[in-house]
Design a protein around this ligand. Structure first.
Ligand SMILES: [Fe+2]
Ligand SMILES: [Fe+2]
Length: 163
């Protein structure tokens, strides 16, 4: 595999692990703030991001590329409101989408077809990730100021199933 693509895919393992750490930090904050549904949703999100990191980990190993793990940056630990936390999550997802589009552009320019097929799954996944996080942001914006409605949303997100 091309050296730059190998380096950028290694970097993406780190980005996914950071995302996992960020969402786990949000889950901890939601627990502390007594929002069990939001905490549950973020905890599952953290698990998904770990799965994403492992998908890239396995792909690099399959291609005979050395996986080099780097340090994971410390995530934020507090937010002003559930809305602020979900907005941060959406911003992060948008950044990750950009990372994958850049990776895809590189794989295309290198004519690395296997990597293009591998990255396709992530490009599709990011549409889903931005939608699910964006939907929560939109709902929290709509019910801003209504504690009762936020409680109801918390209960609803608490029903998210492990997939
Ligand atoms: Fe991810
Ligand atoms: Fe994500």
């Amino acid at each position: 595999m091309d050296a730059k693509l190998a380096k950028d895919l290694n970097k993406q393992i780190n980005n996914e692990l950071f995302a996992s750490y960020l969402y786990l930090s949000m889950s901890a904050w939601f627990e502390d703030q007594n929002w069990p549904g939001f905490a549950h949703w973020m905890r599952l999100q953290a698990k998904e991001e770990l799965d994403h990191a492992m998908k890239i980990f396995d792909y690099l190993n399959d291609r005979g590329v050395a996986v080099i793990l780097d340090g994971i940056a410390a995530p934020k630990t507090t937010w002003d409101s559930p809305l602020e936390a979900f907005k941060d999550a959406l911003d992060h997802e948008k950044q990750v989408t950009k990372n994958f589009l850049d990776l895809m552009d590189l794989a295309i320019s290198l004519k690395d077809h296997a990597s293009q097929i591998f990255l396709q799954w992530f490009v599709t996944e990011q549409v889903e990730e931005e939608k699910s996080t964006g939907d929560v942001v939109a709902m929290l914006e709509k019910i801003r100021g209504s504690v009762g409605a936020v409680f109801q949303l918390d209960r609803q997100l608490g029903k998210r199933e492990d997939d």
